[in-house]
Design a protein around this ligand. Structure first.
Ligand code: SAM
Length: 270
């Protein structure tokens, strides 16, 4: 969750210049995203406080969910493992971004488990909390693969060694990490895969980037596919996309700490 932090003018320029010389293509692709923020506005959504039950309804899965205790255990393990390695965990601990929210992680796990998803794509990895939740669910189902597109934080190279830290070695066989921005990498991955069962957006949370990713995945979303889109409250991207879409059902869900919102889109067959 979150956005690149906004340090003061001189510091910001220095970081930008460093990023530009390290990766001119990605840094220049980022500029229109930054400019697009001037046109963003928050959306007053109708938040569904019973979202978890309604999501299970849409998935045709039992409620209360028998998987709930395992999700809570997994959260504790991830937190402990990162702590043991001396890594931070939580909101705003990743250069202005945050590790995944617990409610989003739980929703993602249930969708992958209950849908028996085989083709899962995510954008935005950071320490890899959502990646871990997806890979645990795929392992439990005994099949499936996760493709994760991630642009390591352009302005904080010191964080790069932490990328995917929550994903254990044994689970990496079912994981393809693709480095680069979603603007650059998603179109080709979409063409290669041809179908996506579950998509998770947790990369750059601008309206422009969110709609771009939803458009790209929307074209190849399986008839019973599901998209989970993080951090939708600060811009209009999710609202505009869902308003224009046909044959989908959407939910707006509160984050575990109540600070943000995430959205779920289920294709009509879901
Ligand atoms: C909110 S964090 C992701 C948190 C993660 N999903 C988790 O489970 O904890 C956002 C991540 O997206 C990366 N990122 C930023 N812009 C991106 C872009 N345009 N495309 C792909 N990844 C991007 C950031 O560097 C960071 O690693």
């Amino acid at each position: 969750m979150g956005r690149f932090e906004s340090p003061g003018g001189a510091d910001r320029m220095r970081r930008f210049a460093r990023a530009l010389s390290a990766d001119p293509v990605e840094t220049l692709l980022y500029l229109p995203e930054e400019l697009s923020r001037h046109r963003e506005h928050p959306v007053a959504y109708d938040v569904d406080t019973a979202w978890e039950e309604h999501l299970h309804d849409l998935l045709g899965a039992p409620w209360p969910c028998p998987e709930a205790p395992h999700a809570a255990e997994l959260w504790g393990s991830v937190e402990q493992e990162l702590h043991d390695r001396g890594l931070a965990f939580g909101r705003h601990t990743y250069g202005g971004y945050s590790d995944a929210d617990e409610s989003l992680a739980r929703a993602v796990r249930c969708v992958v488990l209950h849908r028996h998803a085989e083709v899962v794509v995510e954008t935005g990895v950071a320490r890899g909390v959502i990646s871990r939740y997806v890979l645990e669910a795929l392992e439990q189902n005994g099949r499936g693969h996760l493709w994760s597109i991630d642009l390591p934080h352009p302005f904080r190279p010191g964080l790069h060694p932490e990328t995917g830290a929550a994903v254990p070695t044994r689970q990496r066989r079912a994981w393809s990490y693709i480095e680069g921005s979603s603007r650059r990498r998603l179109p080709r991955l979409g063409r290669q895969l041809g179908r996506v069962d579950v998509f998770v957006h947790d990369s750059l949370h601008t309206a422009r980037n969110t709609r771009f990713e939803m458009d790209r995945i929307g074209r190849i979303l399986a008839p019973d596919g599901v998209m989970l889109i993080d951090d939708i409250s600060t811009h209009q991207g999710f609202a505009l996309w869902t308003r224009a879409a046909t044959g989908v059902t959407s939910l707006v869900c509160p984050s575990a700490d109540g600070e943000g919102l995430f959205g779920v889109v289920c294709a009509s067959g879901a």
